[in-house]
Design a protein around this ligand. Sequence first.
Ligand code: TXA
Ligand code: MG
Length: 330
Amino acid sequence: MAQQLSAPESNMAIVKATDDAIRTAAQRLRAGDLVAFPTETVYGLGADATNGRAVAAVFAAKGRPSFNPLIVHVADHAHAAAIARMTPLALRLAKAFWPGPLTLVLERAASAEVCDLVSAGLPTVAVRVPDHPVAQALLAATGRPLAAPSANRSGRVSPTLAAHVEADLDGAVSMILDAGATPRGLESTVIDARGDAPVLLRPGAVTAEAIEEVLMMPLAVASDAAADRPSAPGQLASHYAPNAKVRLHATDVRPGEALLAFGPDAPPSSGPRVDLSPEGDLTEAAANLFGALRRLDQTGCETIAVMPVPMQGLGVAINDRLKRAAAPRG
Ligand code: TXA
Ligand code: MG
């Protein structure tokens, strides 16, 4: 372990997330290096959000269009308020869902120390307080807000294991803190909370129903036209894409296809297959989704046939990712 820590240039970037490793990671982040770390949703590619060069290195590592703003992760509500102007709506959402997989898009606070590049020059900033002990320990040890997009190459499937990060970003990260599979498996829900009423920018691990229940008001959904503007990509039509083609709403499996199954009525198949949740449990399916897409893709199949997933609760976010995985590649 000690040898791995002192040899960042080796391709053994994965390190078990012990207290020692977290301390080393914090030092590297403060020095401007990139460190991948687990959150409750997916692995993030972390950089000191106050350091413009470090944030620029994130865009370079991901091969991400530079107009795509990043989420800033902070330790708690007070740190969020130092960066973003918390509206009454934002305070209610934060109280209900932080720490947790909810990201709030807000106006930047005048005193915000995060670099402009983190919000791609927009007057807004996206913030969240993650609910994962390693993410929390890393924020505490670093003492800085951490910009962290999902730790995959731009447009590809998000990483739910340290090995996924290594496969996509090996060489670009100083260290990958490994804490096993990320429990939720789907990215955070992104809400524009600048006004009096919430607007859903990206469906995710917190369901629309849960948000509506807390606020006792309906959640508006950003129009696709708005979502496709460069100000809010992540919503780009083709995203989360495996190498294989993706055929949605499959009720059968054709020759040469791999099967991504859901629920008890999955058809028999002889080729590669992953069952997202044999019982039809949407939480289990969400946790398995990105790993399943990667596993099937690794079989070299030409097409992944995907069974229908119901459009309720977490099914909304699952279907959003599947639709983007199936979209024509741009
Ligand atoms: O669960 C997650 O959110 C993960 C983990 C690592 O925290 N992070 C993540 O980051 O998914 P990323 O960069 O892959 O997605 C960020 C999303 C994108 O859809 C982006 O367009 C949106 O947040 N976003 C960020 N800043 C924004 C802003 N100022 N205005 C509008 N949308 C913004
Ligand atoms: Mg992403």
